[in-house]
Design a protein around this ligand. Structure first.
Ligand code: ADP
Ligand code: ASP
Ligand code: MG
Length: 405
C-alpha cells in the first residue's frame, strides 16, 4: 500500500467529462489499496479569465483581492472532483489550501509556503477517504487567502508529497512528459525518460511551463522524485530526480522559449556607485523578479551616463514601470523604453559546462536564420538570448535542430 500524490492540471480537469476521467484514474489506484491525495488546478482558462475581468475594472488591482478571486478557480474543481468520485462510489473529501494546512507568507499573488501541517489529511486518509486539495492556494497565519504564483498547483503537489512523505508523486498534464522542447512549437521534440532537477529547474524557469519552476526548486530541496505524465493515456512519463550516471555525457537536454518576459531600458542613468543598487532594491521591494540585466559602457561628456536594460515577467511590467517613475527625481535618468515584443530563447544541459563551442554553435545558427541577439546571459548549464518575439519560434526550431535533431 502506497501513499500517492497525484496532481491534475487545467486541461486534465477542463470539463465535467475530463473530471470524470480523473476520478476513474484515482479510483483505480484506490482500488489497489493506495492512499491517494489529489491536487487539482482550476479548469483551463479560468484563472486567465478571472485576471482579465479584474483588469477590465482596474489595470493594477489590489493583490489581496486578486488572491481571493483567483482561489475560486481551484475551489470549483476540488468540489467537482469529489462529486465525480462520489458518483463512482468512492469516499472523497475536498479541502481548500487552508483546510489542508498549507501556511504561507503574506506576499499576495506570489506567496511562499512556510509550513504544512498535514494532520487533517492524514486523518481523512486513515478514515479511507480520497483527499482532494485545491492547488495554487494557501493561507497566512492571520487567515488571509494567498496564491502561490502562476502554475502553483505543481508546487502544492510537490510540497504535499514532501510533507506527507509520499511514496509517489505524479504530475498529470496534457503532454506525455518533459520534452527536449515544447512539443507544440517544435514537432521534432523528443520525450525524455528522465531529467535532473537542475536541468528541469532551468528549463522551467526559462519558459517551459510544463512545470512551475518554484515547484522544481522545492522538489530538489526536499528530494521529492516525481513523474510528469499524461492524464489522457497510460504512457510512461518523465522521471525528475538528481543527476544519474546515464545522464552523463549528454551536452544538451532541452531548448525553451519564454514569451512572458518584457524588457525595460533606462537611458542615460548616472554611472556612479549606488545607482544600480537603488534601482534594483526598489524593484525587489515591490516583489518584481528581475531576470537578465545588461549595462552598457559609459557614454556622453560631463557626468558619465550609461544605459541599463533588464527583463521582468510581463505581468509585472506595469508595476516595475511605476516603481521606476517614482525613482526618476532621486536617480535622474533619461527616457524609459519598454518592450513586450521579446522572447528569451535558452539551451539547457548539465553537460555544457565541460564542452566548448556550445555558445558559438548557438549564435551561428541564429545568425543563419537572420535572428539578431539583443541580450545574452549564461550560467554553467544554460545559455539564454533575448530575441525579437516574432522570430522566437523560428529561432527555437533552428537551435533545436542544430543540437537535438
Ligand atoms: P497543466 O495545466 O497540466 O499544469 P501546463 O499548460 O501548465 O499544464 O503545462 C503543459 C504544457 O507545457 C504543454 O501543453 C506544453 O505545450 C508546454 N511545454 C512547454 N515546454 C515543454 C517541454 N519542454 N516539455 C513538455 N511540455 C512543454
Ligand atoms: N490555476 C493556476 C494558474 O492557472 C494554478 C495552476 O494551474 O497551477 O496559474
Ligand atoms: Mg501548469
Amino acid at each position: 500500500m502506497a501513499l500517492i500524490v497525484q496532481k491534475f492540471g487545467g486541461t486534465s480537469v477542463g470539463n465535467p467529462e475530463r473530471i470524470k476521467n480523473v476520478a476513474k484514474r484515482v479510483a483505480g489506484y484506490r482500488a489497489k489499496g493506495d492512499k491517494v491525495v489529489v491536487v487539482v488546478s482550476a479548469m483551463s482558462g479560468v484563472t486567465d479569465n478571472l485576471i482579465k475581468m479584474a483588469k477590465e475594472i482596474m489595470p493594477l488591482p489590489n493583490e489581496r483581492e486578486m488572491d481571493v478571486l483567483l482561489a475560486t478557480g481551484e475551489q470549483t474543481t476540488i468540489a467537482l472532483t469529489a462529486i465525480a468520485l462520489h458518483a463512482l462510489g468512492v469516499p472523497a473529501v475536498s479541502l481548500t489550501g487552508a483546510q489542508a494546512g498549507i501556511v504561507t507568507d503574506g506576499v499576495h499573488t506570489k506567496a511562499k509556503i512556510q509550513n504544512i501541517t498535514p494532520r487533517k489529511i492524514h486523518e481523512l486518509l486513515d478514515a479511507g477517504q480520497v483527499v482532494i486539495v485545491a492547488g495554487f492556494q494557501g493561507q497566512t497565519i492571520e487567515g488571509q487567502v494567498t496564491t502561490l504564483g502562476r502554475g502553483g498547483s505543481d508546487l502544492t503537489a510537490i510540497a504535499l508529497a514532501a510533507a506527507l512523505k509520499a511514496d509517489l508523486c505524479q504530475i498529470y498534464t496534457d503532454v506525455d512528459g518533459v520534452y527536449t522542447a515544447d512539443p507544440r512549437i517544435v514537432p521534432t521534440a523528443r520525450k525524455l525518460d528522465e531529467i535532473s532537477y537542475d536541468e528541469m529547474l532551468e528549463l522551467a524557469s526559462l519558459g517551459a511551463k510544463v512545470m512551475q519552476s518554484r515547484s522544481v526548486e522545492f522538489a530538489k530541496k526536499f528530494g521529492v522524485i516525481f513523474e510528469v505524465r499524461s492524464s489522457l493515456n497510460d504512457n510512461p512519463g518523465t522521471i525528475v530526480k538528481e543527476e544519474t550516471k546515464s545522464m552523463e555525457g549528454i551536452v544538451l537536454r532541452g531548448v525553451s522559449l519564454d514569451k512572458n518576459q518584457a524588457k525595460i531600458t533606462l537611458v542615460a542613468v548616472p554611472d556612479k556607485p549606488g545607482v544600480a543598487a537603488r534601482i534594483f532594491k526598489a524593484i525587489g521591494d515591490a516583489n518584481v523578479n528581475v531576470d537578465m540585466i545588461v549595462q552598457n559602457i559609459s557614454h556622453g561628456s560631463g557626468t558619465p551616463a550609461t544605459d541599463i536594460s533588464f527583463t521582468v515577467d510581463k505581468p509585472d511590467l506595469l508595476k516595475a514601470q511605476k516603481v521606476i517613475e517614482a525613482l526618476r527625481q532621486e536617480v535622474g535618468f533619461g527616457k524609459v523604453i519598454s518592450s513586450e515584443n521579446i522572447g528569451k530563447l535558452s539551451i539547457v544541459g548539465v553537460g555544457m559546462k565541460s564542452h566548448t563551442g556550445v555558445a558559438g554553435k548557438m549564435f551561428e545558427n541564429l545568425a543563419r536564420e537572420g535572428v539578431n541577439i539583443d541580450m545574452i546571459s549564461t550560467s554553467e548549464i544554460k545559455i539564454s538570448v533575448v530575441v525579437d518575439l516574432a522570430k522566437g519560434e523560428q529561432a527555437m526550431k533552428a537551435v533545436h535542430a542544430a543540437f537535438l535533431g
